[in-house]
Design a protein around this ligand. Structure first.
Ligand code: BGC
Length: 279
């Protein structure tokens, strides 16, 4: 028999200013966000989680091979460093990548060139940029940024961030600490890989109204909450800017809120993690 569950939202998750591990942060690190259409980068002030100079964006080369992408990353890092004290010597660089990243190595390539599978991204980028580099899954970076500076700041318990874009990326955090590479965008829902039905790209591809898409999202998030029982769900990705069009239609037991850092989250989270690796 299925366990009896309540559909009423529980009380808001408790927050505490010191829940996130890592303690006080200061200094600068560079964040680079590798996406399907653009590669973006900026220096991040770690005390505030804000960019300390304007963001640079270069279109992602097609095909997005390791060689072509690493050349663009180097160009962005060099351009940022030109304006940093000491030419940015030794400044840590965090890089997001839209795939499973195990200890710097890409293990999947759902929406990028298949040449990345089993590629040691961290070693390549360290050699090309000449900086200490930390590579992280894109959604994991966004989750850390929201946990440290945004919608999940200080939230105790289990937080799931889901980025709705070309695919669906997820980050799972407990008391602000990340469980990496959860890949819950590929959860099977009604016999389909969830991201092929509920991503923002699926909404556009199938020309769905907001409420039709909200129904698909509701199904997806219901499956997710039945497995993880999160205290809070944060919705990220470009479409979270229009959250008023679909979030109010969702009927979930978990409180669900839009991300706060919007398109800076990947850069900021990658920079934070790169700086923490240096401690
Ligand atoms: C990939 C994830 C990634 C997400 C968002 C999915 O297809 O499997 O690794 O986080 O897309 O880019």
């Amino acid at each position: 028999m299925a366990p009896e569950t309540s559909t009423a939202p529980t009380t808001a998750p408790t927050t505490t200013p010191d829940a996130a591990p890592g303690g006080a942060r200061s200094g600068t690190a560079i964040g680079i966000d590798i996406g399907g259409s653009g590669i973006k980068g900026a220096p991040v002030d770690l005390a505030t989680g804000e960019f300390s100079a304007e963001r640079i964006r270069i279109p992602t080369p097609q095909p997005s091979t390791p060689d072509a992408v690493s050349r663009v990353v180097k160009q962005i890092v060099d351009q940022i460093c030109a304006d940093l004290p000491d030419g940015g010597a030794g400044v840590p660089v965090g890089i997001t990548f839209p795939a499973v990243i195990q200890h710097g190595v890409a293990r999947t390539a759902a929406n990028v060139d298949k040449g990345w599978v089993d590629y040691d991204v961290a070693t390549l980028m360290t050699a090309v940029t000449g900086h200490p580099v930390h590579v992280v899954n894109d959604a994991d970076a966004a989750g850390i940024a929201e946990a440290r500076y945004g919608a999940a700041k200080g939230v105790r318990g289990v937080v799931v961030l889901a980025t709705l874009g070309t695919g669906i990326g997820t980050a799972v955090m407990v008391d602000g600490a990340l469980l990496p590479n959860t890949e819950l965008g590929h959860l099977e829902v009604d016999g389909h890989d969830a991201e092929t039905r509920a991503s923002d790209a699926a909404r556009e591809r199938d020309d769905l109204s907001w409420s039709h898409w909200a129904k698909r999202l509701n199904k997806y998030f219901s499956s997710l909450e039945a497995l993880l029982w999160p205290d809070l769900i944060v919705v990220g990705g470009g479409v979270s800017k229009k959250s008023e069009k679909f979030l109010p239609e969702l009927r979930l037991r978990t409180p669900i809120v839009p991300a706060q850092l919007l398109n800076s989250a990947g850069i900021v989270g990658a920079a934070v993690l790169a700086a923490e690796q240096r401690r």
